[in-house]
Design a protein around this ligand. Structure first.
Ligand SMILES: [Zn+2]
Length: 603
């Protein structure tokens, strides 16, 4: 199913001292450029709105009352100008007026029409055309974006409070999710046409035009009685079999959807062609911060004074990477927890996420550790190996190890109640050997139980709270506890996870010459040919296959390889065992094997 739309685009000039509007530029803006308004809706609304007919009329000169005047007056003036020029507006179910320059006039939608000052921006154009197509506002974070009381006091309203939805333009809950259209699509005379909006939130699209997503199989419905984990793909994936929206239906949800929870995964720009309208989730000014992926959550609530029915309400998010894998969401039917499975929390740009919506979520923190050793030889001496004195001296090494261990925390069921828009309200602290870690890269002095004083070097990431520790080998062996403490910002929900940092800093052992020698010896004493992988090699069909000769050939090759390695690492030892190698060459040479073979047959 889709909705067929026939739009009349009327271009007017309200100030005859300004240049004539350029119709080709308006046509590109609406229809033809690769980032046109029509393209935005095609890509963000799953092709649901079929623009069966879009015709352009004008430019006409019109006289408007003094600015700002209301938008319906401008729409009426434009329609009259078109009709006066002989246009039949009967076939169209929507009217979009571009006013040049339109400066200072009240722009916006009015019923199935919109009055758009050409000096406004592309994000605004898409928002108002969204109204013409039948979309209503989204809600959430209280902002001053709608100061309708106009009393010079900041008045806070939840409308326009969704940071990630076109229908909260241009306030977006005081976030800044807009991006830029390609420069080639933006006329030099209209730089404001360069701004681009975020996607239409899947939540809003589904709430207001469910068929747009249902007909394409983009929705997974989960009821409260099920405890399921669902795979969710980025908004704009637009691929069959890849859902872009999870709808959680609480027990007791009514026909209007009160208390329903929507979950979607937003990923900026370059992963999929269609996800290009999204600019990343974080709204801090840190470099690159707007490039982050995440899960966003909406619920359906009543908003007094808004008709008809309940509205789509932005309720929180999970921004990757983060230790905090879930967000608590207040709904008219109580609190629910929306989370991703643990493996996704600390990833940067997952191709998909696994989502779970639950009524209750027990607080916990878990820590994944990985270690990397850098070992260096600080001293060598040559000594005979007991029992192998005849082979000569081998290297005895004294080694030092620097072990870098990384501790990655993942929390569940802590903090993050909507509508707080912080990335996370979870606090993760670390204690190494009982000492708390502060700052991004501290040195941590520790007194061990045996009285030794050692120092560990740490790094602690400010947002992911990933800790790394490394040792100074001269300090000797270390084995200390590493404890993660996680809680909400107010200290509630405190949980702990205990791990350890352990390193053998000073070790000794035989060097690589001994390893190579043992390998050589092993190949002599274990003459087993390597397994051949794959089907038998037919070889030369005329040659008679001699299995015994083939085994010997492979064995000789293996021993020669090992000997060559031994020569490389220890010329002295290889010289001492040269006679052993010579024996192998003699025993395994093909001519000798054939004669053995013959003798056996004769015998
Ligand atoms: Zn609006």
């Amino acid at each position: 199913m889709s909705e067929q739309r026939r739009l009349a685009v009327i271009v007017v000039r309200n100030d005859s001292s300004t240049p004539q509007p350029n119709m080709a530029e308006v046509m590109d803006l609406v229809l033809f450029s690769p980032s046109s308004i029509a393209r935005y809706f095609k890509e963000s609304a799953e092709d649901y709105f079929q623009l069966a007919r879009v015709d352009f009329f004008g430019p006409y000169d019109v006289t408007l009352p003094m600015a700002p005047s209301s938008r319906d007056v401008g729409i009426e003036a434009a329609r009259n100008a078109a009709v006066g020029a002989g246009v039949d507006l009967g076939p169209y179910d929507g009217t979009v007026v571009f006013a040049f320059p339109g400066t200072g006039y009240d722009g916006g939608a009015y019923g199935s029409a919109a009055f758009l000052p050409a000096t406004s921006d592309f994000t605004f154009f898409c928002h108002e055309v969204g109204h013409v197509l039948g979309l209503d506002h989204s809600y959430g974070i209280f902002t001053t974006g709608a100061d309708w009381i106009d009393n010079n006091q900041p008045d806070y309203f939840p409308v326009y409070g969704d940071p990630y939805d076109l229908m909260s333009s241009a306030t977006f809950g005081d976030a800044n999710p807009t991006t830029a259209r390609p420069a080639a699509d933006v006329p030099a005379a209209h730089p404001s046409w360069g701004s681009a909006p975020p996607h239409i939130a899947r939540a809003l699209l589904h709430h207001q035009k469910p068929a747009a997503l249902e007909d394409k199989g983009r929705v997974v419905h989960v009821s409260e009685s099920q405890d399921v984990t669902t795979t969710l793909y980025p908004v704009g994936t637009a691929t069959d079999g890849k859902p872009e929206l999870v709808v959680f239906h609480p027990t007791g949800e009514d026909g209007a959807g009160h208390g329903r929870v929507y979950v979607e995964y937003r990923q900026p720009f370059d992963h999929n062609a269609y996800s290009r309208w999204d600019e990343g989730l974080a709204d801090t000014d840190q470099p690159g911060a707007r490039d982050r992926c995440g899960v966003i959550v909406h619920t359906i609530v009543d908003q007094p004074g808004v008709t008809p029915g309940p509205v789509v309400w932005y309720a929180g998010r999970i921004v990757f990477p983060t230790p905090d894998t879930d967000v608590a969401v207040d709904t008219p039917l109580g609190q629910v927890h929306v989370g991703v499975t643990q493996e996704f929390g600390q990833t940067t740009r997952p191709g998909f996420v696994r989502v779970r919506v639950r009524r209750h979520s027990a607080p916990s923190v878990t820590v994944r550790t990985t270690s990397m050793d850098t070992t260096s030889v600080i001293r060598t001496e040559r000594r005979p190996h007991p029992g192998w004195e005849w082979a000569g001296d081998f290297t005895w090494e004294t080694r030092e190890t620097v072990r870098e261990t990384t501790y990655t925390p993942v929390t569940v069921g802590i903090g993050g109640t909507s509508p707080i828009d912080a990335e996370s309200s979870v606090v993760v602290s670390w204690f190494v050997g009982g000492t708390q870690v502060f700052g991004p890269s501290p040195s941590i002095p520790l007194t061990l139980p045996d009285g030794r004083v050692v120092t560990l070097e740490a790094t602690l990431h400010p947002t992911t709270r990933v800790l790394t520790l490394s040792n100074h080998p001269a300090d000797g062996d270390i084995d200390v506890s590493v404890v993660a403490r996680a809680s909400a910002a107010d200290g509630s929900g405190e949980v702990f996870a205990t791990s350890a940092y352990s390193v053998q800093a000073r070790t000794s052992g035989w060097g690589s010459d001994w390893d190579r020698f043992m390998d050589f010896w092993y190949r002599i004493t274990h003459p087993v040919p390597r397994e051949r992988i794959g089907p038998p090699d037919p070889g030369d069909p005329l040659a008679r296959f001699d299995p015994l000769a083939e085994v010997a050939r492979q064995q000789l090759e293996r021993v020669r390889e090992a000997y060559a390695e031994l020569v490389r690492v220890s010329p002295a030892v290889s010289e001492n065992v040269r006679s052993v190698m010579a024996d192998q060459e003699r025993m395994l040479q093909p001519q000798r094997l054939r004669s053995v073979d013959v003798q056996r047959r004769v015998g």
